[in-house]
Design a protein around this ligand. Structure first.
Ligand SMILES: *[C@@H]1O[C@H](CO)[C@@H](O)[C@H](O)[C@H]1NC(C)=O
Ligand SMILES: *[C@@H]1O[C@H](CO)[C@@H](O)[C@H](O)[C@H]1NC(C)=O
Ligand SMILES: *[C@@H]1O[C@H](CO)[C@@H](O)[C@H](O)[C@H]1NC(C)=O
Ligand SMILES: *[C@@H]1O[C@H](CO)[C@@H](O)[C@H](O)[C@H]1NC(C)=O
Length: 426
């Protein structure tokens, strides 16, 4: 069944001075009543999920329907992800807008997937990289939030295979009280869902990793109250930018020895620790890992270290994004690829002539997934199903039958399902 059904540990109480057994018995009964009341309250608050630390962890996978030509939802194995975020849906003048391809998936594949794999949660992914202004407009006052809530109710009624939403606002700011209004929106969604008897629906958020954004964007105490969990976008720490024209790793696990101060914060470990030390409950932290890579064009083909000067996106992939299939296929177009691995970052990179790519392979994804597993967090998010090596271009799957394969996400799943390192300590 669902991965994270756990037993909540009530606070242990000592009954001092044992009196008559009747009193103890009555006390016991009322304590039980209190605990069960407490349980139901929390059950409601947490959208139907138990709220203590977990044995099994979520594997949250994003599925992009605007890229659906390369992958159909029904081709995703039902035992791979515990949650699938399907989208993106957008906002227009505060109302939800579902593009035609998203509607098609929700009307059809999503229903088939639900009946074949009822244990997998399907969430509507709302927003994305360019969603900042539309969210800011929508949350700004009560009337607009009401418009949103009305359109959300409509969408959830229209598409019964959905059992939650993932809000991907990139990013709220402290200006114009966006952070406060965002918390208000979350509260209003919960209140609305309680009224509609949708208490079990899941409310998750995709959140920024860099502390320079996260510090201003979120009231973490309120996220603990209203969000079931947050998907930490702990990737895109480096990609080609005109104002930072250097190669860099997409999702380094730790800082490299030569990275200090600000540069030393652009890694998974730093941002995970930042979120935890700033108060996010550990079981609500779902750590994001990429399946895609970033490509760069080197200035000098002989200077191909991490941090070498770059002059643009690479030729592999598009706009500097490469799916794992694209990375492996692209390698075939070049002579003498040079494969490297950064041990601290636990990340491979490869260069060939002027092309330079930071990507993930099974070694790096295993290493990063194990890090998350051993911290007992809320699970792992993967962006995205679409950008794994669906076409087996890297030849990681033997006896391939031609159906889409997910060697990276499969590796994540094996780590989450496997034993914890140092499990004997607890
Ligand atoms: C946005 O919605 C409001 C009411 O919900 C409406 O009055 C207004 O005309 C809309 N604006 C545009 C540009 O469609
Ligand atoms: C759903 O897809 C199947 C297979 O492609 C097709 O046969 C069926 O007509 C579709 N159903 C709807 C409601 O579009
Ligand atoms: C992980 O991050 C924490 C907090 O910033 C830091 O103290 C620790 O040294 C980091 N671990 C490694 C191996 O860099
Ligand atoms: C990942 O890449 C590194 C660097 O090329 C390599 O040493 C390692 O064997 C690769 N892992 C797998 C599973 O291929």
């Amino acid at each position: 069944m669902v991965a994270y059904t756990q037993v909540e540990h009530p606070p242990r109480r000592q009954l001092l001075s044992p009196l008559r057994s009747l009193i103890i018995c009555l006390a016991g009964i009322s304590l039980l009543l209190l605990l069960s009341l407490g349980f139901w309250t929390r059950f409601g608050e947490n959208g139907g999920q138990w709220s203590s630390g977990g044995e099994e962890q979520r594997l949250v996978c994003y599925y992009a329907t605007n890229d659906a030509h390369n992958l159909r939802l029904v081709d995703v194995p039902g035992d791979l992800c515990t949650h699938i975020n399907i989208g993106p849906a957008f906002l227009d003048n505060s109302s939800l807008v579902l593009p035609a391809d998203l509607q098609r998936v929700l009307r059809n594949d999503s229903i088939s997937f639900r009946s074949a794999h009822p244990q997998v949660h399907q969430l509507l992914w709302i927003g994305g990289a360019d969603s900042g202004e539309q969210f800011a407009h929508m949350v700004a006052n009560h009337d607009r939030r009401k418009v949103f809530l009305r359109s959300l109710r409509e969408v959830l009624r229209t598409y019964p295979s959905l059992d939650g939403i993932d809000l991907d606002w990139e990013f709220p700011s402290a200006y114009n009280e966006e952070r406060m209004h965002f918390s208000q929106l979350l509260y209003e969604i919960r209140t609305e869902w309680r009224r509609e008897k949708r208490d079990k629906d899941i409310l998750s958020l995709a959140v920024a990793a860099p502390e320079g954004i996260a510090f201003y964007a979120y009231n973490i105490r309120e996220l603990n109250l209203y969000a079931d969990y947050v998907n930490l976008m702990s990737y895109d720490f480096h990609f080609y930018r005109k104002d930072m024209p250097f190669t860099g790793l997409n999702a380094p696990l730790y800082a490299r020895p030569q990275e200090h101060s600000l540069m030393g914060t652009f890694n998974i470990n730093y941002t995970v620790q930042w979120w935890l030390s700033n108060g996010l409950e550990p079981h609500r932290l779902v750590v994001g890992l990429p399946t895609y890579g970033h490509s760069f064009t080197l200035v000098n083909a002989l200077n191909r270290r991490v941090g070498a000067p770059a002059q643009g996106y690479g030729r592999c992939g598009s706009l500097g994004f490469t799916t794992l299939s694209e990375t492996c296929r692209c390698v075939g177009n070049f002579p003498n690829p040079v494969y490297s691995f950064d041990p601290e970052a636990c990340s491979p990179y490869l260069s060939m002539l002027h092309e330079w790519i930071s990507y993930e392979n099974q070694t790096s994804i295993k290493c990063k997934a194990s890090y998350v597993r051993n911290l007992n967090l809320g699970g792992i998010m993967v962006f995205s199903l679409n950008s794994d090596d669906l076409e087996n271009a890297c030849d990681l799957i033997r006896n391939w039958n031609g159906k889409p394969v997910f060697p990276l996400i499969q590796t994540v799943k094996e780590v989450l399902d496997g034993p914890k390192a140092g499990a004997d300590q607890d």
